[in-house]
Structures are given as structure tokens and as C-alpha cells.
Design a protein around this ligand. Sequence first.
Ligand code: ADP
Ligand code: MG
Length: 253
Amino acid sequence: MTAPLLEVRGLVRRFGGVVALDGLDLAVRRGTVTALIGPNGAGKSTAFQCISGVIRPDGGNVIFDGQDITGARPDRVTRAGLVRSFQIARGIPRLTVLENLLLYGQHQPGESLAVALLATQAMRRREEELRARAEAIAARLNLSRVLDNQAAALSGGQKKLLEIGRALMAEPKLLLLDEPVAGVNPTLAAEIARHIAHLREEGMTVLVVEHHMDFVASLCDPVIVMAEGKLLAQGSFESIANDARVQEAYMGR
Ligand code: ADP
Ligand code: MG
């Protein structure tokens, strides 16, 4: 067995008196689409934020591709190849789809627009290569026809796909997806699931937080269940769905 791509060991994070992560252990194997699920307040978002460097954990370690990235800032985490796509589409609405992709080829959604725009200038030199990559990613995500449309004019589902496309521009080894089908109709959710399955076939590794159990059941293996800031269970969707502790964790809310 090769080492997992991502390993989280004993992660702890408190907010005042609230213990959001209470010694979380989890691992993501290469080439999987792994789900992270759990009842509201289980600590999923906090785990994502600690892993992607948005907030610092109070304890524990995050090991990514053999590197200890615990407490590393988001830009360093991104450069290491761990790229997060946001639940709320954060693309720049007045830029076209192509421009949004190009903008994030060099730079992940940063703290400031100014930083991103500076990055745009540096990118001009590599524009052709980036453009080819953007077009390939757009084609893969069925966005070729809307490349020159403003991001603001996209449908809700297309915005979600653009969000994934932007993350792919950073050439991730691991893609973190936070609720990729939240607020999306079932037809589009199935389409997004197919796109993610294709990415996996091409060798991508994905960790996804999602509440839609149809989506998780059809796409994700294994499924990791968190409750109260800790790992509760993991395995195939079947096995965790039949796990009494998992049922209890969801019922107890
Ligand atoms: P989930 O994403 O699984 O619903 P969260 O990670 O958002 O869970 O939250 C875990 C716990 O930490 C909850 O009790 C939540 O209220 C608390 N929490 C999360 N973020 C903050 C914050 N910024 N300030 C205070 N408490 C927080
Ligand atoms: Mg959450």
C-alpha cells in the first residue's frame, strides 16, 4: 500500500470554549473520491479550513504528499498541490469564463483582488500554455460554449462547474470540494458527479464534503463520517449507512 495522499492526525481546533475538532484522524488514498460527511456541527468545515490553511489548528498534524503542511498558509498549501474549491461560487462575475480560468491558473482565489490582478500580468508570458489548459478544462466541464460569456450570466450549475474548473487550473494533486451540489437540481448534480468521476479516472484525488446522500452514494468511496470533532466511522456508503453509530449520530440532532 502506498502512503495516503493526505493524512490528518489528532487534529484539534477550539473556538473559545467550543471544541470543533477533538483529535480528528483521517486519511485520503490516492485516486479516490473520498466523502467527508457528518451531522451539522460535526466539524467538517473546520477540518477543511485547517487542512487548506484558512485557519490554524491548535494541535495535531496535516501531512500532504509526504510534507508536513500543518499551519501552512493557503498559498503554500495550494502550491503544494492541495486546492480547495469554494461552496459559494467566488468567480469574478464581470470577467468571462475564460478570463476567470486564466486568472486562477496562476493564483488561487486570494485574499485580495489586487494580488490576483498582479498575477494576471505575470501570466501574460505564459498565456498560450494557460489558454490551452483553460480550453481543455472548459471542454472537460462542458463549458466550451460559454467561454466568452460573463461568469455572471452562467446558470447555477455552470457556476459550480466553473468553480471546479478554476481549482483545476492550479493543477491540484488533491481537490477539496465543499458542497459541490448544494442548491443544484438533481439532473445537474448527476452531471457534476459524472465530471468528478471522470477526473478520478484521469488520476485525480478528491475529498468532498456534501450533504446530498444520493450524490455521495453514487460517487464516493470511501465515506468518512465525523461526529463531535472526531472520526466516527469509515467505509463504503453501504457499510456506513448500516452502521448503528452513524444512524445514532444523525438522529441525535
Ligand atoms: P460542520 O461543517 O460539520 O457543520 P463546523 O466545522 O462548521 O461543522 O462547526 C463545528 C463546531 O464549531 C460547531 O459547534 C460550530 O458552532 C463551531 N464553530 C465553527 N466555526 C466557528 C467559529 N468561527 N466561531 C465559533 N464557533 C465555530
Ligand atoms: Mg459546514
